[in-house]
Design a protein around this ligand. Structure first.
Ligand code: CTP
Ligand code: CA
Length: 221
């Protein structure tokens, strides 16, 4: 993405981004997770930096290189860790972009020792994790913009709009989970409360750039 010749619309702004999956421990050697690669969130972090922002990236485990040129990078493991890291940071940021594929459930108890295969059937009890986006939507500081993602496999726009209302996000970036996860490209719908939906398609860096430009427009109001 060539941004060299352009101005830096995010200069003076602070952007907090979550990215990647989380891992929920079952025992010391096993976990529950999902197919998120982290590429979308890392692209947003890089592009936000190039557009002039001060950037903090809170990331679950990914295979991606740490973007050394951003301002702060926090590596987390579980949904609970990610929530704690966000809680510590979010107040100082202007734009909060919750791109991570946070696990919705975590083992109620994770075993201290490796679970042995002594039983024919094993039942795992899971408990809901804290919803970070929902917390931010309901606790945002004046002027803060909260951007959520929605990974859907059906009724993409309708389901995502419901998430926007429920979590009080300013924008929801909706995508087809099966198409987006792991890929270098993405097609997303930017869904606002009372503005027409915008469709963006392209490489994840291009999507990131267009998304950040649209979010910038919201900041000015
Ligand atoms: N999210 C979050 N904390 C969670 C779960 C999700 O902050 N514990 C955020 C994601 O980062 C994303 C948004 O909520 O920005 C939507 O995630 P998604 O999985 O699409 O929706 P859920 O609300 O978790 O609902 P469901 O998985 O049932 O569709
Ligand atoms: Ca979910």
């Amino acid at each position: 993405v060539k941004i060299l010749s352009e101005e830096k619309p995010l200069s003076g702004k602070k952007v907090l981004i979550t990215a990647g999956p989380t891992r929920e421990a079952i025992d010391p050697v096993r976990y529950i997770s999902n197919h998120s690669s982290g590429k979308m969130g890392y692209s947003i972090a890089k592009v936000a930096k190039r557009l002039g922002a001060e950037v903090c990236l809170i990331s679950g485990p990914t295979c991606l290189e740490v973007p050394y040129f951003i301002d702060s990078y926090i590596r987390v493991e579980s949904a609970k860790d990610m929530f704690e890291a966000v809680l510590e940071k979010y107040r100082e940021y202007d734009i909060l972009i919750m791109c991570a594929a946070v696990a919705d459930y975590t083992p109620t108890q994770s075993s201290q020792e490796k679970i042995k295969k002594t039983q024919d059937k094993l039942v795992l009890e899971l408990s809901k994790t804290p919803d970070i986006l929902d917390f931010l939507g309901h606790n945002k500081q004046p002027g803060q913009i909260v951007v959520g993602f929605a990974a859907e496999t059906q009724n993409i726009v309708d389901n995502a709009y419901e998430k926007l209302l429920k979590k009080e996000a300013d924008v929801i970036v909706a995508n087809d989970a099966r198409r987006a996860m792991g890929s270098d490209e993405n097609q997303v719908y930017l869904i606002f409360k009372d503005k027409p939906t915008v469709v963006i398609e392209g490489k994840k860096e291009e999507v990131a750039k267009e998304l950040l430009k649209r979010v910038c427009e919201l900041l000015e109001k």
